[in-house]
Design a protein. Structure first.
Length: 386
């Protein structure tokens, strides 16, 4: 029998009492103080928002062990944002600030709330909110303090173990990525002896795009895939899927154009220089360009080469490059057979990296699910009525 099982058998064999959060927690929302980023004085104190630390500032609003629950703006509703803080910190008005009273360990409260389903307690539509009144009604289990402390010890150890494994796996993935990029960049480094030219001289056609009016419903949800930058950045070599579709009517009544399968799609704004190959005929918006290459340029060779470039773009809030700047980018043009050889090697390297990425990502996900399983099991109690 484990130490936890012994404690439960001794101290609460028939179950535990559940009470309202307002009855077992101190709520210190009245000390919160939002400060605009431009008015914050830089310092060492973490400044907390709904999901994480947003800044480090001078001064503090709270000191001690606390749990921060998103009032609104949680990045996920299913895994609602709950943070644990120990020390000096500054809380803005997007988090509730609570701590356990004498019968409730605050770290135990934190672990319990990370496993709790907040959705039935949220209000609002597009921006769900946990108002104070609903938060006060959340049921909290109150096993004896020794049981709470043992659960915290187990979960602390388990969390640290998962963190170490995840760090090791992430470091391995980073090393593999750097290895892939090293060989890719080496294969795509050329001396001036290779023919070079500007991109504009290597394309037959350079077309732009547009967005059909959002107010005309018949322009949307048709059968024509319509791409924006969010589609381009979410995929690797081929652009095969889009989140949005437009109709023939929408295409005809906008500046959007269709990029043919096999041609290049490149972002000129938001993520300038990100380039993919259209896997099928795809309409594009105004932040993208469609390029039809001359026969002496292998599309994959060009995509791989652009991956080695750092195109910052111009602009204050949204970075972008003009058509002229895009077409003036110099590119190497080795013989087509050499381009095909390089593409063949990089395709194999890319496939190997993706296999490693999928394997490590799956392992990280499995470890996280394993942790969540044991956490939820430890924090599930039989309820007894007081």
């Amino acid at each position: 029998m484990s130490r936890l099982e012994e404690l439960i058998a001794e101290l609460c064999p028939d179950g535990v009492e559940y009470v309202r959060l307002a009855e077992c927690c101190d709520i210190e929302d009245n000390k919160r103080k939002p400060v605009k980023s431009s008015l914050r004085i830089p310092g060492d104190t973490p400044y907390y928002g709904a999901n994480n630390i947003q800044d480090y500032v001078e001064g503090y609003t709270h000191y001690g062990q606390y749990v921060l629950i998103a009032e609104d703006g949680s990045a996920s509703l299913e895994n609602y944002s709950v943070q644990y803080v120990d020390g000096f910190f500054w809380a803005n008005n997007h988090v509730h600030v609570i701590k356990g009273r004498k019968d409730l360990d605050t770290k135990f409260l934190y672990y319990y709330l990370t496993s709790f389903n907040f959705i039935p307690f949220l209000t609002g539509g597009t921006r769900a909110k946990l108002n104070k009144g609903n938060m006060e009604e959340i049921p909290i289990p109150l096993p004896p303090i020794p049981v709470q402390q043992e659960i915290v010890r187990i979960l602390d150890d388990l969390s640290e173990s998962i963190k170490e494994i995840t760090t090791q796996l992430t470091n391995e993935l980073t090393a593999r990525r750097k290895q892939y990029e090293y060989y890719r960049d080496m294969l795509l480094s050329f001396s001036q002896e290779v023919e070079w030219d500007i991109l504009g001289n290597c394309i037959i056609q350079n077309i732009g795009g547009g967005t059909p009016s959002k107010s005309i419903l018949s322009y949307w949800n048709g059968n024509i895939p319509w791409a924006s930058v969010k589609d381009v950045v979410s995929q690797n070599m081929l652009l095969s899927q889009t989140q949005d579709f437009i109709s023939e009517e929408g295409l005809e009544n906008s500046t959007s154009n269709i990029v043919k399968a096999g041609d290049i799609i490149i972002a000129t704004r938001i993520n300038p220089g990100k380039m993919l190959i259209a896997a099928k005929d795809i309409a594009i918006n105004q932040d993208l360009r469609g390029l039809k290459l001359k026969p002496n340029i292998h599309p994959k060779f060009l995509v791989y080469y652009f991956q080695t470039l750092s195109i910052e773009g111009k602009g204050t809030t949204v970075k972008g490059i003009s058509i002229k700047e895009l077409e003036s980018i110099r590119i190497p043009i080795p013989p087509l057979k050499e381009q095909e050889r390089i593409v063949s090697i990089l395709d194999r390297l890319d496939a190997l990296y993706n296999d490693v990425f999928d394997s490590i990502s799956a392992e990280i996900d499995a470890r996280q699910k394993q942790y969540e399983y044991y956490r939820d099991k430890l924090l599930t109690f039989k309820e007894v009525k007081s």
